[in-house]
Every structure is written in C-alpha cells, then in structure tokens.
Design a binder for this molecule. Structure first.
Ligand SMILES: [Mn+2]
Length: 324
C-alpha cells in the first residue's frame, strides 16, 4: 500500500488505430471535464454528417495525443482542439500534423499570452481564444450559431465552468461528470437537448452518498490544532473542496488542510493566508485556497495511514500561527 500505484495510461496502439482507421472526418481533441463534454456535443451537432472521433485528454497527456496524431495521415480531415491551452513545444507537433495533411482548428478560453497566440496562429487554420466564455460556448458560436440546442448546452456548461452556478442543472451534471464513465452518456443526452434522465439522477444520488461517506470519514480523522487560528488537519480521502467546506461547518475551523498519502496537501482558509502558508511548503495558490507538499518519510506515511496524523500536522499549524 505504500508503493506508488502503476497508472494504467491510455493505450497508444489502440488510439492510433482508432484514428488511422477512422471513417469520421473530424478528430476532436478535448479536455475531460463538463466543459469538454459540452464542446463535444456541439461538435457532434455540427458535424453529424462528417462524423467525430473524440479524444478526452488530461492537460498532462495533451502533447502525447498530438504526437500520436502527427504520425497519421490527415487526408484533408480536421483536427479540432478545444478547452486545452497552449503548452510549450506543441507547435512542433502542430507543424508535423499540418504536413501530414490535416486542417487544424483550436478553440480555448484559458489565458494565452500574445507570443503564444502569434506562434500558433501562423500554423493552424483557425484559432479562437476568448477568456469571457467557456470553451463549449466558443464552439457553439463558431460551429452552430443557429442551433438552439447548442445554445442551451453552452448556457448550462458556462454556468458551471465560469462559477456562476445559477442553473441547478449545471451542478448536477458537473458532479456526475466527475466519474469518467458518465461522459459519453451525458454527451449523447446533451446532443438531444436532454439535461436530466434516470441514469443522470441515479449517478448524482450515488455520488452524493459517496461524498457524504468521504466527508464523514474525513471529519472523524481530523485533528484540531492552533490557538490563534483553529486549524483542522486530516488525511485526504477525496472531494477536497466539498470536504473542506464540510469540516469548516462542522468543526467551526478557520483553516482546513487535507493531506494525501504522497505528502501533497490542499489548504483552505477564512483569513487570506492560504498562499502564504503553502509557500512555506514548496507550493502556492490563492489567499483562500492553495496547495503544497510535505516531504514524507516512509514512517510519516505509515503514521498518516494508521494514526491519521504525523509530525507535519504540528509543523503547518506553527507556520499558520506565525501569519498575521
Ligand atoms: Mn474549460
């Protein structure tokens, strides 16, 4: 249990085969969250006839997917990238992809600097960056401006992605999509303009139940430290944002720290000092939410597992107490 688990990465051979043997004319390379699912639904509305192959990618795996595509003939088909932002060095892959006969379109809402935009604009056929919309919203105005379903999908997704949270449908779908296995189903429903069905409901309730279990487990394991600030520190069992909020409510804490097996921790605080504390532990972030790293020995890991605490809990509390 103390060894790093070997991650089952994507199967490169089968992804290559899927793209090489495609009958569809659009390859949609996108992120793996709700925004991306909405963007994919919009693509499939727009390119119903042409057909779409979807590649869901984490931010980290993005260059690997480009590398794979750069080895496959495009035959005039389109690689459409969405909800993924510029990464240093991707231009080399994009040039190769162009040489292989692909068209490239890229739609994103993350912050790009002028140099990055200039560089990529020279290579791709279409680049649309807009930080004021979600990626799905950019796809909707670009690809299906007349389509009422696409418009509504974009509304619901942007509500979630840009933290407006006015539409109750977006909270449900956002949570349901924390399970990857729900992605294709939700996407297919969105395409039909359906935002809620039995499967979405039951997944939502199941996740809510699981989340409640995780939050209660974390609450039972929490240590309370500090005098100036009331700090709750606990091993991390999942759902960090929701759990931190729960600890704050149940324990009346000012600062919540959730520590994973590896020593990585996430911190939330009422006083605007999260980033200052995180900085002392090789991390950083925002005044009310940040993250850092404890250097764990094997013994630290064992204690965290068995006693639900170790010497680093005291250390971070001391650092917090020193903040103004
Ligand atoms: Mn996004």
């Amino acid at each position: 249990m103390f060894f790093r688990k070997r991650k089952n990465g994507p199967d490169i051979a089968s992804i290559s085969a899927d793209i090489a043997l495609r009958t569809a004319h659009i390859v949609h390379l996108t992120h793996n969250d709700f925004d991306a699912v909405g963007a994919d639904a919009v693509h499939r509305i727009r390119f119903r006839k042409e057909g779409v192959v979807t590649l869901w990618s984490s931010v980290g795996k993005f260059p690997m997917y480009l590398e794979i595509i750069s080895q496959i003939a495009g035959n005039g088909d389109t690689l459409s990238i969405s909800d993924l932002s510029y990464r240093r060095g991707v231009e080399q892959h994009l040039r190769k992809i162009k040489q292989k006969g692909w068209r490239i379109e890229w739609r994103d809402h993350h912050r790009w600097n002028e140099d990055e935009i200039g560089l990529i604009r020279k290579i791709v056929d279409h680049l649309h960056i807009d930080t004021g919309r979600c990626a799905c919203g950019i796809c909707a105005v670009d690809l299906a401006p007349e389509d009422v379903i696409a418009e509504e999908i974009a509304l619901v997704v942007c509500d979630y992605d840009l933290w407006k949270q006015k539409d109750p449908r977006s909270a449900v779908l956002g949570l349901v999509l924390q399970r990857n296995k729900n992605r294709d189903h939700v996407r297919d429903m969105l395409m039909m303009g359906v935002f809620d069905d039995g499967q979405i409901r039951s997944e939502y309730q199941d996740i809510m139940r699981e989340m409640q279990r995780v939050m209660d487990r974390t609450l039972r394991a929490a240590s309370i430290l500090g005098t100036k600030y009331r700090m709750a520190v606990s091993p991390m069992f999942g759902y960090p944002s929701e759990t931190a909020a729960y600890l704050r409510k149940e324990l009346k804490s000012d600062i919540e720290v959730l520590v994973s097996d590896s020593g990585k921790f996430s911190i939330r605080s009422v006083p605007p000092i999260s980033h200052l504390i995180a900085r002392e532990f090789g991390g950083g972030g925002h005044p009310h939410a940040a993250g850092g790293f404890f250097r764990f020995t094997l013994w630290d890991k064992i204690l965290l597992k068995i006693l639900k605490k170790n010497r680093h809990f005291e250390k971070i509390s001391v650092v917090a107490e020193l903040q103004k």
